[in-house]
Design a protein around this ligand. Sequence first.
Ligand code: SAH
Length: 362
Amino acid sequence: MTGLKDRIKARIAAQGPLTVAEYMATCLGDPDEGYYTTRDPFGEKGDFITAPEVSQMFGELVGAACLSAWEALGRPERFELVELGPGRGTLMADLLRVAALRPAFVDAARLNLVETSPHLRQVQTETLQASPLKPHFCERFADVPDGPMILVANEFFDALPIHQFMRTPEGWRERCIGLSAEGHLTFGAGTARLPEAAIPASIASAPAGAICETQPAANAIAEDIGRRIADHGGAALIIDYGYLKTAPGDTLQALYRHAFDPVLAHPGDADLTAHVNFEALAAAAVSAGATALPPLTQGDFLLRSGLLERAGALGAGKSHGEQEAIRDAVERLAAPDRMGDLFKVLALTSSGLAFPPFDSAR
Ligand code: SAH
């Protein structure tokens, strides 16, 4: 049993059940024993491998999209380049290597990394040592300076706390974590209700026992991004696994040493995520004045951005083994049954901005 599990139990015993959001926030962000606070969870030795860690091509193509956004914005002389949750800093290092081909982009950019984990901040600083920009660290997105902005976020929003509600005969009641008679962590229905007015039509007819999720923390950040973009001009690329239309379902999942794990089994030692509701994310940004372009799957985004051409160039003159590894990375990133379909890419822009490879807003 982890120390954190004991502390969570003691807290429940003293103060009552935790919401799923409180549980997630504690497991991931506890200052002493939170998952992200205490470790580097990425790569073969960690619990999961993210797209930038699969291949440099991912960050390079995201970098090319950022360059085209900067062109479309009229090459602002000063802008905030922002990454939310940069992990090891790999995506940003690959992005900046491409961006460095356009020195005016680099000269205009101020690099802001939004990262809560002191350990990962250090890893990011090391990864970016040879990059042309030195990072300014922000605790929260709200701390990023105002101004024209180009923002990227890969697998950031899935780590933000969600709430879950269960359909019961008395309406949608918040799903909570309490203690069983034997003293184990267990799910149950709490007393809080989802207000009828907040229930989208697409879940209103869900049967008893159904679960629906809300993501107020993610939506609040999307709204803030939307406001900045609407006020000062800019573009954001949000990449994550998730769904395009609001629907009932329990997407809370724990990953422990590359395998799914019961959500309540290893608090603080397992990664805990939820699928992102892209419809809600886009609506939050649009409510603040930004434009949300029709989202693409990660596979479509990468292929439209020139993944195959980049793979060909990268493999030219390399050994058979290296070419094989590049082909494998292409599969992994873009094939529909790998990351290609589950991951989505949402582009937010200021009004009227053309942002290839996305189609313009309908
Ligand atoms: N983008 C990286 C890492 C994804 S993991 C990649 O693709 O490899 C999630 C990242 O978000 C980690 O860096 C984690 O420390 C950070 N993070 C999680 N919750 C956060 C929060 N509330 N505020 C800021 N950063 C957070």
